[in-house]
Structures are given as C-alpha cells and as structure tokens.
Design a protein around this ligand. Structure first.
Ligand code: NAD
Ligand code: ZN
Length: 263
C-alpha cells in the first residue's frame, strides 16, 4: 500500500503529513469524523484538558453526576457561565470543513463527544452525539425538557432552577456527565459507523475519555486508517497513519482545500 503503511508525524508546518492525510480523505467513501472538545476551542468553548483547559482552574468533579445530585445549586453556579458561552458559540471553519467533506461524500457522518451542538448548527447531515447535547435541559424527576436558554435566563432569580412542570430541583443539561452511561442508540450507531468506515478522521480529542475513545480503536481494528488532528500528542498517535499537530480551524480548511484541488 505504498505510503499508507508508513506513519507520518510532522509538526505544524510539515507538508508531507498534510499531503498524506488529504490523499486518504480524498480516497475515502465511508469516512467518519470523530471529534472532541478541541474542535470547538476556536468557537470560544473551553476544552477540559490541554493548554487553557477548564480543569487547569476548575475541579473535574463539577462535571460528575454525584456533584450534580448532591447540590444542583452548586452545579448551576459553575454551569451558568459555561452555559452562556455554549449558547453564544458558533461553528468555526473546522466544523464547516467537515460539512463540506460530507457533501463531497468523503465522509458519511460525524461522531462527536461534544455537547455543544455545533456540528448540527454547522449543517452536518449525520451527527452522532455520544455525550448528549447541553442546549437542552431535562428534569430528572419527570422527564420534562426545556431549552437551555430558558433555564439560563431564570438563574438570576431561581437557584437551583425548578422544573416548570413538577417543581423538581434536578434540572440537568441533557449531556452525559461523568458517572453516567452513554446513550445506547448513539453508542450502537457510533460503533456501527466505526466498523464500516474506510477512514477515521479524529479531530480535537485527547482520546482519554472512555468508552468514547473506544470508537477510533474499533475503526483501527476493522482496518480503517486513522488520521489524527490535535493540538497535542494523544495516546493513539502510534496507531495512526498520520498525525497532524495543529489547530483544527487551520488544519481542516487546509485539508479540504487540498482534497478539493484533486481531480
Ligand atoms: P479534552 O478536553 O479531553 O481534550 C481536548 C483536546 O483538544 C486536547 O488534547 C487539546 O490539546 C486539543 N485542542 C485544544 N484546542 C485545539 C484546537 N484549536 N485544535 C485542535 N485541537 C485542540 O476533550 P475530549 O477528548 O473531547 O473529552 C473531554 C470530554 O469533555 C468529552 O467527553 C466531552 O463530552 C466533554 N467536553 C465537551 C465540550 C464541548 O462540547 N465543546 C467541551 C469540553 C468538554
Ligand atoms: Zn419535572
């Protein structure tokens, strides 16, 4: 398989890695993108890990179900600002490049760990949200749902926010918290896509959150080449055909341009 058997790792300015990645993407007919918090960093949403990540300043326990259940008001004190940022965020050129690669039929779907809904806002046709979507809030007592924007607007007068239907105090973003299981249907679909794909394009993920990180492993085990675009090294770099170290909002538009310029 010529160049595909050799792994290529080059820094930001390397051209060979970009060429190899563009060729793998251009050849793909059932490619799947697997994205993490890093793809939304340039939209103004903090990642958890890595330089500038939330966990450098805030405890990771604030994203756990135990923390939420023990004290919903304490959770919402932390989530108030994060929620405002999430609602204000707009897709960036990396999200848009994935939409275009789907339109070109190199990719068939995006599997994301993100809860920001930006792939859907950008216009990706099939988006599998492994960790739910924080733009909706669900009452854990009665199941009623409300847009996050409505709940955010009430936080000034009501802490914690109450369910409008049953008065319950456990209004939780419809995102998967640490300690909760991934949604079964999204999980099933993610692995189905991974096992059938002919390329897995990983973008902006530290690849240390399980079981989500098992998705690119499933693709690799099924024989699909991995292309990893991330600002920092990941534990799967050794499995990848190509590792591109860089910012998603710069690298993906460049790859799209290179793919588009091929006949
Ligand atoms: P992570 O926070 O663990 O890691 C993000 C990775 O992205 C890091 O390795 C970092 O080096 C890299 N990165 C940062 N900026 C980048 C950029 N501009 N371009 C490319 N790479 C960049 O994220 P994760 O692996 O997705 O896992 C964290 C968990 O946190 C997930 O389960 C997810 O549900 C949740 N989360 C979601 C959001 C969101 O929805 N936007 C934000 C934070 C955390
Ligand atoms: Zn309720």
């Amino acid at each position: 398989m010529g160049i595909y058997t050799a792994k290529v790792v080059v820094g930001r300015s390397g051209g060979l890695n970009l060429e190899t990645a563009a060729e793998l993407i251009a050849r793909a007919r059932h490619g799947v993108a697997f994205t993490g918090a890093g793809i939304s960093q340039e939209s103004g949403i903090q990642t958890y890990r890595g330089a500038g990540g939330l966990w450098n300043t805030t405890s990771s326990k604030t994203s756990s179900i135990e923390f939420f259940l023990a004290d919903p008001a304490a959770y919402w004190e932390v989530a108030r600002e994060r929620g405002a940022r999430l609602l204000a965020a707009r897709p960036n050129p990396a999200h848009e490049a994935l939409v275009e690669l789907e339109r070109r039929r190199n990719l068939v779907a995006v599997v994301t760990q993100n809860v920001d809904g930006l792939h859907l806002l950008a216009g990706s046709a099939e988006v599998v949200e492994l960790h739910g979507n924080g733009r909706t809030v669900v009452c854990m007592d009665c199941g009623n749902t409300e847009p996050r924007s409505h709940v955010q607007a009430r936080l000034e007068e009501e802490m914690p926010p109450r369910c409008l239907l049953c008065g319950g105090r456990h209004m939780k973003p419809a995102a998967v918290f640490f300690g909760e299981a991934m949604p079964p249907e999204a999980t099933r679909r993610a692995f189905e896509l991974a096992e059938a794909c002919d390329l897995m394009l990983v973008v902006g993920s530290s690849l240390v959150v399980y079981p989500a990180a098992q998705v690119p492993i499933a693709a690799h085990e099924a024989g699909a080449p991995l292309v990893i675009v991330n600002a920092e090294p990941t534990p799967f770099d050794d499995l990848a055909k190509v590792v591109i170290e860089g910012r998603a909002g710069e690298v993906l538009p460049k790859l799209l341009e290179m793919v588009s310029s091929r006949v």
